[in-house]
Design a protein around this ligand. Structure first.
Ligand SMILES: Nc1ncnc2c1ncn2[C@@H]1O[C@H](COP(=O)(O)OP(=O)(O)OP(=O)(O)O)[C@@H](O)[C@H]1O
Ligand SMILES: [Mg+2]
Length: 253
């Protein structure tokens, strides 16, 4: 029997306005199927981060709002849900640039993600162990100040902190940013394994099209706050016009 994966996330015709009048998204529509990895590609300012923040409700922290359209998580409308409630439901965003608390230890940073579900000490300790299983390097460095760790390690801390919330859907903003190719590969391998072994679905914004298309199942190209192309990662990677689609206005002839 054929089974069609149900979308864990459905974004329909979403418009986002910042402040009084900046229209950052002009009708974004996309799907993330349960258990898949979806990439959001696009040039600077295209609207990738805003799309992620519209889903996690973090746009509100920047005086942004979803002015039109609908967002559903596992069928439930979450368009105007509060951000903390979304974390408890299983949607977590890892912000661009890692955002570690530099003066806290690695472990304090990770544990900070764990309180969303008001866990017992036991559960918190188990979840922390789980994060260290994924990131053994962080266990070695657990008592060091987060700010003294490398960019790649800080990205791991940020992902580890997000894992403490037991997410069903992780929104990752530019996980490869500022990292050497080997570390990008390491981070993407961890994303793939979390996806395959723990069933976490991913929506990730990436400027690094090559890596994103290697690891994603499906991808959307965002241009000027709208989706200009989408398809399976393999199809998009094969398209010769990808470079111009992706680069948008700065495309060369
Ligand atoms: N807090 C904000 N207030 C006002 N305008 C904003 C705000 N954040 C983003 N914008 C505008 O919204 C548009 C989309 O920005 P967004 O950050 O979503 O793009 P992006 O695709 O993530 O870009 P980048 O690749 O540079 O991260 C841009 O025109 C940007 O200037
Ligand atoms: Mg961005």
């Amino acid at each position: 029997m054929m089974t069609t994966a149900a979308p864990i996330l459905a974004v329909d015709n979403v418009h986002v306005i910042y402040g009084q009048s900046i229209l950052a998204l002009r009708g974004i529509t996309l799907r993330v199927n349960e258990g898949s990895i979806v990439a959001l590609l696009g040039a600077n300012g295209a609207g990738k981060t805003t799309t992620l923040k519209a889903i996690s409700s973090l746009v509100r922290a920047e005086r942004g709002r979803v002015a039109q359209g609908e967002i559903r998580f596992r069928g439930d409308i979450i368009t105007h849900a509060d951000a903390a409630g979304l974390v408890r439901r299983g949607i977590v965003q890892v912000l661009e640039g890692r955002r570690c608390f530099a003066h806290l230890t690695v472990e304090q940073n990770i544990v900070a993600g764990g309180y969303a579900h008001r866990p017992s000490r036991r559960v918190l300790a188990d979840d922390l162990d789980r994060v260290y299983t994924w990131f053994p390097r962080l266990k070695q460095r657990r008592r060091t100040a987060a700010g003294l760790n490398s960019g790649g390690e800080q990205q791991m801390i940020a992902i580890g902190r997000a894992l403490m919330t037991r997410p069903k859907l992780m929104l990752l903003d530019e996980p490869s940013m500022g990292l050497a190719p080997m570390l990008v590969e390491e981070i993407f391998e961890i994303i793939r394994n979390l996806n395959r072994r723990e069933g976490v679905s991913f929506l990730l914004a990436e400027q690094n099209t090559g890596f994103a298309l290697r690891y994603a199942d499906h991808a959307y190209v965002v241009e000027n706050g709208q989706v200009s192309a989408h398809g399976t990662a393999a199809d998009l990677a094969a398209r010769t016009d990808m470079a111009s689609l992706y680069l948008g206005a700065i495309a060369t002839d």
